[in-house]
Design a protein around this ligand. Structure first.
Ligand code: ZN
Length: 87
């Protein structure tokens, strides 16, 4: 029985403090939101997960929470330059 509703990409992501960022290396575009200095939510689109070489690697496929080290750096840069603030 496979009755899971796939996560649909919806407009709501754009409101509620999400900022669009792209990975510095693979250029995958994701939506990022910081709810506190320690907490960062990243929304990966299907296209972005296919685009990122880290996520398409065996290791990436088995990680429950997709992360890319280059994207992580892009996020930190966005925080430092003020384009990603805590919301
Ligand atoms: Zn990447």
């Amino acid at each position: 029985m496979n009755r899971t509703d796939p996560l649909t990409e919806r407009q709501e992501y754009l409101i509620g403090g999400y900022v669009e960022l792209s990975c510095g290396r693979c250029a995958a575009r994701v939506r990022v939101r910081k709810s506190s200095p320690q907490q960062t939510s990243v929304q990966w689109s299907t296209r972005a997960t296919r685009q990122c070489p880290v996520l398409t690697s065996d290791e990436g496929l088995h990680t429950p929470l997709p992360t890319c080290p280059d994207l992580h750096r892009s996020i930190q840069h966005a925080v430092r330059t003020g384009s990603l603030g805590v919301t």
